[in-house]
Write a protein that binds this ligand. Structure first.
Ligand SMILES: [Zn+2]
Ligand SMILES: [Zn+2]
Length: 344
């Protein structure tokens, strides 16, 4: 069996692994689709190997085997990947901060007892059963494969709770921005403005319900000023994931407004602390989700309030992964979410 790993900067290797056998607390999943995430693209562009466990961390598949201690899942169940529930044993759990479990955090970054020798860019994978969430039966496989990133955005928007009437800005209309935008609309924001440089992505944001779309820079500043009587947005979601956009997100926010970081910028960002202080800005950052939030998010996709089909632009085989990483990292890609089908 071949699994794709990012073994160094701009290097994808198809490595041979034995067909996995489940440990007592594991399930083996036959993977149907695995989405390519911005994190995979960052890893491909960065020096050194990507963590094998997170290389392909957005997948759906069917349980094809399970260990003796697994009683909550059966063979044939369709499952999506998640981080495990809180461990109940680490210092954070003992401190009563179950939602800040250190073992879950380690799993999020592909380390610790729940890590795996490769990710979902492979036909089969053995994982701890706690990392497998039953997929809502109303979802297609292509929708279910996109639930992990969708739930990351759901979690962030749920935590920041836009109020009725809020003017919200989504900075960046890649998969994370387009997901976030849909949750913000579902949560009842008054007006949603999407700031994005690529024409095709602005167009897609408009199709998915954005009240206004605009290019970054002076054009965006003018539009936000016009829509808010010069005050700035109530709430800005930073979904571009590049260091320069951290300060621009604050620039678009009104005094006393809120900025939420969802996009993962690698490297340090230059900010203007004076502007943050003068604006009395509230900044929050979001990482991860709970299994309950997975189920909630799947319900919105199942009944059509959130459209993931529009984000899915291509499906290719494992041998095309490197081409996809190059294309998505080029800055001029016409793709939004690309799914890898390891069965091809
Ligand atoms: Zn991801
Ligand atoms: Zn814990």
């Amino acid at each position: 069996m071949l699994a794709a790993l990012i073994t160094d900067q701009e290097t994808v290797a198809l490595q041979e692994f034995d067909h996995p056998e489940p440990e007592p607390d594991q399930v083996v999943v036959d993977i149907s689709f695995c989405g390519v995430c911005g994190t995979d693209v960052h890893s491909y562009q960065s020096p050194g190997p990507a963590n094998p466990s997170t290389c392909g961390h957005e997948w759906v598949g069917h349980v094809s085997g399970k260990g003796a201690d697994v009683d909550r899942l059966s063979e044939g169940d369709r499952v999506v990947i998640a981080v495990p529930p809180s461990c109940g044993r680490c210092a954070a759990c003992h401190a009563g901060q179950m939602e800040k479990c250190q073992t879950v955090l380690l799993a999020t970054v592909g380390r610790g007892p729940f890590s795996t020798p490769h990710g979902g860019f492979a036909p089969h994978l053995a994982v701890h059963h706690g990392r497998a969430v039953l997929a809502n039966s109303a979802l297609t496989d292509e929708q279910a494969a996109q639930i992990e990133p969708a739930t990351i955005c759901f979690h962030a928007v749920r935590a920041t709770a836009p109020r009725l009437g809020d003017v919200a800005v989504i900075q960046g209309a890649g998969p994370i921005g387009l997901n976030t935008m849909q949750w913000v609309l579902a949560a009842g924001a008054g007006e949603v403005i999407v700031v994005e440089p690529a024409d095709a992505r602005r167009e897609l944001a408009k199709d998915l319900g954005a009240h206004a779309v605009v290019s970054p820079g002076e054009e965006a500043d003018a539009l936000i000023a016009e829509r808010t009587k010069g005050l700035g947005a109530d709430l800005v979601y930073e979904c571009a994931g590049i260091p320069a956009t951290v300060q621009s997100a604050v620039n678009m926010t009104r005094r006393g407004g809120r900025m939420c970081l969802i996009g993962l910028a690698i490297g340090d960002a230059s900010i203007s602390p004076g502007a943050w202080l003068m604006k009395e800005i509230k900044v929050s950052a979001a990482l991860g989700y709970t299994h309950e939030e997975f189920e909630m998010a799947m319900g919105y996709v199942a009944d059509g309030r959130v459209d993931l089909d529009a984000l899915h632009t291509a499906t290719v085989g494992l041998d095309k992964l490197e081409e996809v990483l190059i294309d998505l990292g080029s800055g001029s890609s016409t793709q939004t979410k690309v799914l890898i089908d390891p069965r091809v």
